[in-house]
Design a protein around this ligand. Structure first.
Ligand SMILES: Nc1ncnc2c1ncn2[C@@H]1O[C@H](COP(=O)(O)OP(=O)(O)OP(=O)(O)O)[C@@H](O)[C@H]1O
Ligand SMILES: [Mg+2]
Length: 306
């Protein structure tokens, strides 16, 4: 089931001095249980797009549908939870407990249900120890967890997160990543922006890359990495390569880089390469796998050249 369907969104900011076309024809869709990582350089239009999806900015053109409904109308908002830049969805003077119960009621849960759900989220997000302390006294990671818990209090079908792991320490970021995967497994759709490619690589099912207001790539995360990894093999042998072997390798189209044999091509050619290093003891032969950081940089640079 499609939870979010955004089509052809456009937004231009105008001031006396300049106009900025922040979002230029962006379309996105996310299904139940899916995590979409929305990636792009600074100023690419991610936050603006998320704000349009959340109904906080009215687009100049295009449409947003959350479970078929327009987010500018109340019924769609029931299906939406969002943590945007600066955690403005919590009250700093209130405790996590108070925030959760308060927002539960505001989002339409009956009081006993709001209390039940609060207890559940406090437990799940590991907030028990600090649940009665003012949220402003909590660490940054804890505050972030409170903000995400608050966004989830009414079990929305769509969760929007703008840089959920920014500034968190390794452990807190790991917790948040684990929670996101759990939440998605339960069927919620998540739209997330991050500059931390390892976070996107770990949690997302699909990636959309935006540059200067336009989507320049959109694909399953694993397929995208596979595509950019190509057919590059890295072969290591135990001892040094004598001149005759080097010559045979070159004849097969392989290169020697820092003592390792690099071969780009199909499996058949690879066998020829392996044949030509016989009988040297083989240490490893592996397909090079690029990570999402490299994929991202290549996509953004290619788009720049185009
Ligand atoms: N309220 C506004 N008024 C004028 N210009 C704006 C406004 N909000 C955003 N912009 C401009 O729109 C463009 C896109 O900004 P946006 O915040 O959506 O980028 P972003 O992809 O979220 O970047 P970052 O990675 O830095 O968070 C930028 O050029 C920004 O300066
Ligand atoms: Mg932003």
């Amino acid at each position: 089931m499609t939870v979010l369907e955004a089509t052809n969104l456009r937004k231009t900011f105008r001031s006396k001095k300049k106009t900025t076309e922040a979002v230029r024809g962006v379309s996105l869709s996310i299904s139940e249980g899916e995590i979409l990582a929305f990636l792009g350089p600074n100023g690419a239009g991610k936050t603006t797009t998320i704000k349009i999806v959340a109904g906080l900015i009215r687009p100049d053109a295009g449409e947003v549908r959350i479970l078929g409904k327009n987010p500018l109308h109340a019924p769609a908002l029931k299906q939406l939870g969002a943590v945007l830049e600066g955690n403005r969805n919590v009250y700093w003077q209130l405790t996590p407990l108070e925030n959760l119960e308060y927002f539960g009621c505001i989002r339409g849960l009956p009081a006993p249900e709001a209390r039940r759900r609060t207890a559940e989220l406090i437990e799940r997000f590991g907030l028990s120890e600090k649940m009665r302390a003012p949220t402003q006294s909590l660490s940054r990671g804890m505050q972030q967890k409170v903000a995400i818990a608050v966004a989830l209090i009414h079990k929305p079908k769509l969760l929007l997160l703008d840089e959920p792991t920014l500034g968190l320490d390794v452990e807190a970021a790991m917790d948040v990543r684990r929670l996101l995967k759990e939440i998605a497994r339960e069927g919620q759709a998540i739209l997330l922006t991050t500059h931390q490619m390892e976070v996107a690589e770990e949690v997302s099912d699909r990636v959309a890359v935006i540059r200067e207001g336009e989507i320049v790539a959109e694909e399953k995360t694993s397929a995208l990495i596979e595509k950019f990894s190509g057919n590059r093999f890295n072969i290591k042998v135990e001892s040094g390569l004598d001149e005759a072997t080097q010559a045979r390798l070159k004849a097969c189209g392989a290169e020697i880089v820092d003592g390792a044999i690099i071969y780009v091509g199909g499996t058949e050619g690879l066998w020829r390469v392996l044949e030509s290093i016989k009988p040297l003891p083989l240490v490893s032969a592996a397909k090079d796998r690029v990570d999402l950081t490299e994929v991202f940089l290549r996509i953004v640079r290619e788009a720049k050249r185009a």
